[in-house]
Design a protein around this ligand. Structure first.
Ligand code: NDP
Length: 297
């Protein structure tokens, strides 16, 4: 068997197109563009790349992008004051504070200061709580993107065995919650799980969100499983390479012979994250403007 490659890049491009079209309709109805504010503190190179691509994608989708770049020594009071100002700004539908923050800033306090109705990253405890009890809120972008890929491929997930490896607040836990809401039978595995290979073996759906290069081996998988690989790991450079290759948490080459479908790294889950961020922002814009959220979002 050669597994089908789940093309997250193509799926994300379609989602961005759809969001772009609906963003145009929103502008006509609301008399303004949907707006996303992104706050970056400091000059972490990876964060700068993420913020730049979020800005470009927001503008390309016909939405307003408000970028706030603050110096690395910004005080918590100043950062909280900016978030307050954005909370009160009617042109801003979504607020994203790029993580990680410099060490002297408390991430939890900063996330808690964002209005839950503008928390398009879905990290606020109110949104985590809404997800847990099945209310409408904002779901973190990466797991929601994984869920879109899964339902696109499998349709109804009822009764399927799903194993999520990793229990972080931004990926593993919300992923498990979404799968449970879709009536899958869900196991959450983590670093203390005993005999992980046999836990993974029973899964029709495996979501790997660990951060360990190619940890999940082909022989752990059940024949015909659908595998979503969230991990992004850079291998040490091989001879003659300037930078090492990017790989996921799953041994892709091996898994291809056993799984029915698998997301590649790169080009799988990664591109979904920004597309879902744009989607969440447009949902926030409709809610903030008192307009009905389009079904196709
Ligand atoms: P965290 O480091 O917060 O969580 C990792 C999880 O993996 C923890 O729950 C940890 O368990 C578990 N774990 C660690 N080692 C093992 C092991 N040997 N066996 C089983 N479980 C283990 O990471 P994130 O959730 O933030 O991210 C996970 C991966 O996804 C990373 O590679 C990250 O780069 C990537 N990522 C990709 C995104 C994308 O857009 N594609 C977005 C976000 C993340 P324990 O809780 O017991 O410590």
């Amino acid at each position: 068997m050669t597994a089908e490659r789940i093309d997250g890049k193509a799926f994300a491009a379609l989602l961005r197109e759809r969001v772009g079209a609906l963003a145009g309709q929103f502008e006509q109805k609301a008399g303004r563009k949907a707006g996303l504010a992104v706050v970056l503190v400091g000059e972490d190179p990876a964060s700068q790349v993420y913020v730049r691509s979020k800005h470009k994608a927001t503008v390309a989708a016909g939405m307003e992008s408000f970028e706030h770049r603050l110096p690395v020594d910004t005080s918590e009071a100043d950062l909280l004051a900016l978030v307050e100002q954005l909370n009160a700004d009617d042109a801003v539908d979504g607020i994203l504070v790029q993580l990680p923050l410099p060490d002297h800033l408390d991430e939890q306090s900063v996330i808690a200061s964002i209005s839950p109705d503008k928390d398009v990253d879905g990290f606020h405890v109110t949104n985590a709580g809404r997800l847990a009890v099945g209310q409408n809120g904002f779901v973190p972008c990466t797991p929601l993107g994984c869920m879109m890929l899964l339902t696109d491929r499998l349709g109804d997930l009822s009764g399927l065995e799903a194993v999520v490896i990793g229990r972080s607040n931004i990926v593993g836990k919300p992923m498990a919650q979404l799968l449970l809401d879709a009536n899958a039978t869900v196991t959450i595995a983590h670093s203390r799980t005993k005999d992980l290979p046999s836990v993974v073996k029973r899964a029709d759906i495996v979501v790997a969100a660990v951060g360990r290069a190619e940890m999940v081996k082909a022989e752990w998988l059940k024949e015909g499983a659908t595998v979503i690989d969230v991990g992004i790991n850079r291998l040490p450079p091989a001879e003659g390479e300037e930078k090492g290759r990017l790989v996921g948490d799953v041994d892709y080459a091996g898994a291809e012979g056993i799984a029915a479908a698998i997301t590649p790294v790169p080009g799988g889950v990664g591109p979904m994250t920004i597309a879902v961020l744009l989607r969440n922002t447009l949902v926030a814009a409709h809610r903030n403007a008192g307009l009905e959220v389009p079904q196709s979002l």
